[in-house]
Design a protein around this ligand. Structure first.
Ligand code: SF4
Length: 386
């Protein structure tokens, strides 16, 4: 087996990781449930637990708030009493929470190895190089201080490292989520001629197309190639430069799966997350963020049948919640699971909470001060754009 060589960014992210202590391995579900509930009750208002929709049931049942990245980021500022924010999600979400939290609050990710492969597809050095090369191509023009007019406005999906968000914030850019991607692109095009969108090419392409931007007005930037593998004239013509990144979970959905479901369930409505490839969105009936998917299915007429293209924990939970009035199928019969979200186990949650009860903080996420200012600027812009 070939071992993956970690990048400098990945080494930095995993540097402080502490493994799960042995005494937390092999506990029964019942014991974990009881001890987590007890530790949570002991910590009371000193603690708030945020849980992403893609988390497993054994963890999400202890979350005070469940939501997508946008909804959970909004919760951070609403709990000034909480000393500890335990984020049951992945690394970039906990980083955003740290930036949006007050100085007396500590943000904890139960397992530091809970990263996001998409987020890791945009490294700060690659973005620096991209920006430099855009400048060399004569695409940037002008100055890039805050509030200036920009030739290129960088927009990063929230699924990116704090350093990437800081880079965008400092250059008049913004963070977006799948809930406000269209509004964010509108915001960016009001301020600049072109958008550099990273790291998810699919969210960028699907959202822009829905807004009326033809595919030929976009180009794909290959971060490991010189000048993104693009000719300067192609970049100059484009309205949108898409970073070549993707979600390894959502790109498993295919048009074929949609055709199969339609063949077996006449009248079925297909709804997918915009991180899926372009042809899959085109073959579906609707697309939108996780919150959009949940709301659409729940508000649909009794008897509706849905095929849903997003992470399997959300699909299963949705199927249980709307059962038996509506039927929900996963697009992928084997279910697409986000393995990094899955790293946050009840064992990790228990270890973290019992540590806090004893006054010990493990797996704290701290964004370096040098990145905090501009990351916060980019995130604050995100929170104001709907
Ligand atoms: S579902 Fe995809 S984008 Fe979301 S955390 Fe997992 S790998 Fe990252």
């Amino acid at each position: 087996m070939q071992l993956k060589v970690l990048t400098a960014y990945e080494r930095e992210r995993l540097g402080e990781r502490q493994p799960l202590p042995e005494q937390y391995v092999g506990l029964s579900d019942a014991e974990m449930d009881e001890r987590i509930a007890h530790a949570k009750a002991t910590l009371g208002r000193r603690l708030v637990i945020l849980g992403h929709h893609y988390q497993r049931d054994e963890v999400i049942r202890f979350a005070d708030y469940i939501g997508d990245s946008y909804k959970l980021a909004q919760q951070v500022g609403k709990h000034p009493d909480a000393e500890f924010i335990v984020f049951c999600g992945v690394h970039f979400m906990a980083e955003s929470a740290d930036v949006l939290s007050a100085p007396h609050q500590q943000v904890i990710l139960p397992d530091l190895a809970a990263g996001c492969s998409m987020s890791d597809m945009a490294e700060p050095e690659q973005l620096e190089t991209c920006w430099f090369e855009l400048e060399q191509m004569g695409v940037l023009g002008g100055r890039h201080a805050e509030n200036d007019a920009h030739a290129v406005v960088p927009v990063t999906y929230i699924n990116s490292a704090a350093a990437i968000k800081a880079f965008c914030g400092e250059r008049g850019g913004i963070v977006c989520t799948s809930s406000n991607a269209a509004a964010t692109l509108r915001w960016a095009w009001e301020r600049g001629e072109k958008v550099l969108f990273l790291p998810d090419q699919h969210l960028g392409r699907n959202t822009a197309y829905k807004m009326g931007v033809p595919l030929e007005h976009t180009v794909l930037w290959y971060p490991n190639d010189v000048c993104g593998g693009l000719a300067p004239e192609d970049v100059r013509r484009a309205r949108m430069i898409l970073w070549k990144g993707h979600c390894s979970v959502h790109t498993r959905f295919t048009v074929r799966q949609i055709e199969t479901l339609r063949a077996h369930h006449p009248g079925i409505r297909i709804i997918v997350h915009p991180e899926v490839p372009f042809d899959v969105v085109q073959a579906a009936d609707e697309s939108g963020s996780t919150e959009f998917i949940i709301n659409r299915v729940k508000a649909s007429p009794v008897g509706s049948v849905w095929g849903v293209g997003t992470e399997i924990h959300l699909v299963n939970r949705l199927a249980e919640q709307v059962y038996p009035e509506r039927t929900v199928h996963s697009l992928d019969q084997f279910g697409c699971l986000c393995s990094t979200m899955f790293r946050v186990s009840p064992n990790h949650l228990l270890w973290i909470l019992e540590g806090l009860v004893e006054g010990k903080v493990y797996n704290r996420i701290v964004v370096p001060d040098a990145q905090k200012r501009w990351t916060k600027v980019a995130l604050d812009r995100m929170l104001t754009v709907r």
